[in-house]
Unconditional design. Structure first.
Length: 255
């Protein structure tokens, strides 16, 4: 069976003891479906390739094409580039019902925050919400599942204080200008907990234009958040520099 065939079987049957990255069995598991070697290799990507200090884009030292047009400040950390196995993992998680992937991905996101020295600054973890109709259609909110793992790993409270008021077109189907328009006024604060003067960590799966995170951060600040920063599993990247630095091992070339 091909390596990709094995990968598909492992995603469909997560009870097997395979690492979701390298697909090897009986390795020292750092977390569910994640071996120690792959965890270290993944966390080194964001330490080997320079990322934008504002939006987490993997620039490699080049100019960032993502956050230059942002009208407000928001610092975002990313774990991996949205490419190869990293893209496939989040797509299987979101669209193929592989909810168990929340644990290894959330573990790596929490580990990234630890390495950045940000844990002590976090008062609460807030997931980006889905609209009621989209969550009902999908059966879960992927950002909430990631946030639950991150909150547990870091020993922080999980605050579900945001709701999405409406759902129009999927953000993934829109360009930058359309995303900003589509998301305007989409989020509202649900007064289940006071966040006054708190430092909030926003959690989402992928950062593209940043429109969703910026909109959520704006609402949180309006209701008293002292500071808001965000973490996502994946972000944009400079393709040329990415290949030079990583040798594209995440396409299974080395396996």
């Amino acid at each position: 069976m091909s390596k990709w065939g094995e990968a598909i079987l492992n995603l469909l049957f997560p009870e097997t003891k395979f690492c979701c990255i390298c697909q090897r069995e009986n390795k020292n598991m750092q977390s569910l479906q994640l071996c120690f070697e792959c965890a270290q290799k993944i966390l080194e990507i964001s330490e080997t390739i320079q990322t934008c200090p504002h939006c987490g884009f993997f620039t490699g030292g080049a100019s960032c094409p993502t956050c230059g047009s942002w009208s407000e400040s928001l610092k975002v950390s990313t774990v991996v580039p949205y490419e190869g196995i990293f893209r496939d993992l989040i797509l299987n998680f979101k669209f193929n019902g592989q909810q168990t992937l929340a644990e290894p991905l959330g573990f790596l996101m929490a580990s990234r925050l630890r390495r950045l020295g940000l844990v002590e600054k976090i008062a609460g973890v807030v997931p980006v919400p889905l609209s009621e109709s989209r969550e009902k259609e999908r059966g879960f909110n992927q950002s909430l599942l990631l946030a639950e793992v991150i909150a547990e790993e870091l020993g922080k409270p999980l605050w579900t204080v945001l709701t999405r008021k409406h759902f129009q077109a999927p953000q993934s189907s829109l360009n930058r200008r359309e995303r900003l328009k589509n998301i305007t006024g989409a989020f509202q604060y649900s007064p289940t907990r006071k966040i006054k003067d708190g430092n909030i960590l926003l959690v989402d799966d992928v950062l593209t234009t940043g429109a969703t995170l910026l909109s959520c951060a704006r609402v949180l600040r309006q209701y008293g958040a002292k500071d808001v920063r965000a973490i996502t599993w994946a972000g944009g990247y400079n393709l040329k520099i990415l290949g030079e630095k990583t040798k594209n091992w995440f396409y299974f070339d080395e396996y």
